[in-house]
Design a protein around this ligand. Structure first.
Ligand SMILES: [Zn+2]
Length: 255
């Protein structure tokens, strides 16, 4: 017996299948990640192919059978296709990176409505605002880590568990977290100026206003987060979407 599901979804990934069809990975509001086929989706006259397109926020009707790995899309309607993201190379890069992150880490059928809402929200922010899309990506990454159970610890020193603050000039310790000034001298760790990274991540995590940012800081924050996730998830290999982009902030030096 197949079940009919009507739900909101974001299209995370799209691949061609056979001469005429598409297989997509959807993150749905009610059923988590679902792989589904859009039959005839590659035909030029397909009405649904532009709806069921990468990044799009859609409402979809799916025939779902537990015994099947790939479900069947019966119809779909568009909420948003995020035109401002798609017309901007940097925004597209980070929006794809957000989708790739969710697609890589989430298992089929793992439901998380908060994650779905976060995904829709970040794509809308990237689409609507002048806000730096690299910084939005980092904000999403911090939220994402929390939701998958690996919350980034910026509160306590990784070695002595002392409460961290900007005055203690915390620096990264391995790929695990940050350590305080006294642990740095005890362990002879000298990373002058790297406490900027702590301030930056801490501001984003705690929704404080950023006073200063540059490409290098954005780059090191993204590297740190990717390594941090890799440290927790052996199978996570990094994000291909980011490998082609070397201009992290899209030219914006200050926010
Ligand atoms: Zn310490």
């Amino acid at each position: 017996m197949s079940k009919i599901i009507k739900t909101e979804a974001i299209v995370l990934r799209k691949i061609n299948y056979s001469e005429s069809s598409l297989i997509v990975s959807l993150f749905t509001k009610s059923n988590g990640k679902i792989s589904a086929i859009l039959k005839g989706g590659r035909r030029p006259n397909s009405k649904l192919s532009s709806v069921v397109d990468l990044l799009n926020h859609i409402q979809v009707i799916i025939y779902k059978k537990e015994s099947r790995d790939i479900q069947v899309i019966s119809s779909a309607d568009l909420y948003s296709y995020f035109p401002n993201i798609k017309s901007d190379f940097t925004k597209t890069t980070y929006a794809y990176a957000v989708c790739e992150l969710v697609n890589d880490v989430y298992m089929e059928g793992e439901v998380n409505e908060l994650m779905f809402n976060g995904l829709v929200r970040i794509l809308n922010l990237m689409n609507n605002q002048e806000e730096n899309s690299a910084i939005l990506f980092i904000k999403f990454f911090i939220f994402f880590l929390k939701e998958i159970g690996y919350e980034l610890n910026l509160e306590l020193c990784k070695i002595c568990s002392k409460e961290l603050s900007i005055e203690l000039k915390p620096v990264p310790f391995g790929n695990e977290g940050f350590i305080c000034l006294s642990c740095q001298s005890e362990h002879k760790i000298q990373k002058i100026n790297e406490s900027e990274l702590f301030n930056f991540l801490s501001c984003l995590k705690n929704r404080k206003k950023l006073n200063y940012v540059n490409d290098k800081l954005i780059e090191s924050a993204i590297k740190f987060l990717l390594n941090y996730l890799r440290n927790h998830l052996e199978n996570f290999k990094g994000l291909q979407s980011l490998e082609i982009n070397h201009n992290y902030s899209g030219g914006i030096k200050n926010v």
